[in-house]
Design a protein around this ligand. Structure first.
Ligand SMILES: NC(=O)c1ccc[n+]([C@@H]2O[C@H](COP(=O)([O-])OP(=O)(O)OC[C@H]3O[C@@H](n4cnc5c(N)ncnc54)[C@H](OP(=O)(O)O)[C@@H]3O)[C@@H](O)[C@H]2O)c1
Length: 271
């Protein structure tokens, strides 16, 4: 029986993936910041719910140790934990900027680093990183969040070269908007109260941000979980998996009209 370790399994995509892999007969190490609150995954026989905060190194080591103790081996790591800072860049404090990278980028790197000795010893493993269409295109108001997803894209693509030498494959999952509570529970909204110069811009861009977030093309976390399962099991060298009609349409448009024209196209949406 194969085993997957997932970060951020308390809700949304992480929880859907934990459920989906368990249903397919996998062992699941469902990690989260507050495992004591989890009720749905804990009763499942092949699921270990345990604590992991990507900002706390000792919890990462302990989750890997407990997972190996329970299941003997880990075959796949899903780096899913993440959140977003939304708004005008200049309104973000240094702490908010750093935290966005601490969780989405350095946290992902720390968990990756913790699992690598095990994957290397097995000469086998798959690392799946939750990116986003935000890792491929820039959309207004999301500069910090997009910066982290662009970083994940560059890190993953580049790391794939050296880890191929260890028979470890890397995968990027790139959903558009997913019907989770991400925009309700996992967004840190920046205030421009002290920066009135941005008020007109902010007001002009607001409808576009709303349209992106509230798109009718949003996909379900269950669909993302299925694509993650495909990435974990297809045995191919495919690096990127785009999920959702909105992401597919946006990336197709960028390819078709070129990068500069695409940026102009986005600008025209709000000016
Ligand atoms: N929803 C979308 O439209 C969308 C689109 C593309 C990509 N994504 C990406 O998908 C991933 C999951 O998001 P989601 O939509 O499923 O939203 P979500 O339900 O809000 O899930 C976010 C998860 O990340 C966890 N998390 C946050 N900080 C953490 C930390 N320091 N250590 C460990 N876990 C932490 C949260 O745990 P707590 O319960 O403790 O807060 C939660 O389990 C994120 O990487 C996000 O960027 C989402």
């Amino acid at each position: 029986m194969k085993t997957i370790m997932i970060t951020g399994s308390s809700s949304g995509i992480g929880k859907a993936a934990a459920r989906y892999f368990a249903e397919q007969g996998w062992n699941v190490i469902a990690t989260m910041r507050s495992p004591e609150r989890e009720t749905e995954l804990s009763p499942l026989e092949n699921v270990l719910v345990t604590r992991l905060d990507v900002e706390q190194q000792e919890t990462i080591q302990e989750a890997v140790r407990l997972g190996l103790e329970r299941f003997g081996t880990i075959d796949v790591l899903l780096n899913n934990a993440g959140y977003g800072v939304l708004g005008i860049f200049e309104a973000a404090s240094d702490e908010q900027i750093r935290k966005q990278f601490e969780v989405n980028v350095f946290g992902l790197m720390a968990v990756t680093k913790a699992i690598l000795p095990h994957f290397r010893a097995n000469h086998n493993g798959v690392i799946i990183n939750l990116s986003s269409m935000s890792g491929r295109v820039g959309l207004p108001s999301f500069s910090l969040y997009h910066a982290t997803k662009f970083a994940i894209e560059g890190f993953t693509e580049t790391l794939s070269f050296e880890l191929a030498s260890q028979n470890i494959r890397l995968k990027l999952i790139e959903p558009g908007v997913v019907k989770t509570d991400f925009f309700g529970r996992s967004l840190d909204l920046l205030s421009i109260e002290s920066l009135p110069d941005y008020r007109a811009y902010s007001e002009s861009v607001q409808p576009l941000v709303e349209a992106i977030i509230k798109t009718d093309s949003a996909c379900t976390p269950e669909l993302v979980a299925e694509i993650i399962y495909q990435a974990a099991t297809d045995g191919t060298k495919q690096l990127r998996y785009v999920v959702g009609e909105d992401a597919k349409a946006l990336l197709e448009l960028r390819k078709e009209i070129g990068e500069d024209a695409f940026v102009q196209h986005i600008t025209q949406q709000f000016s």
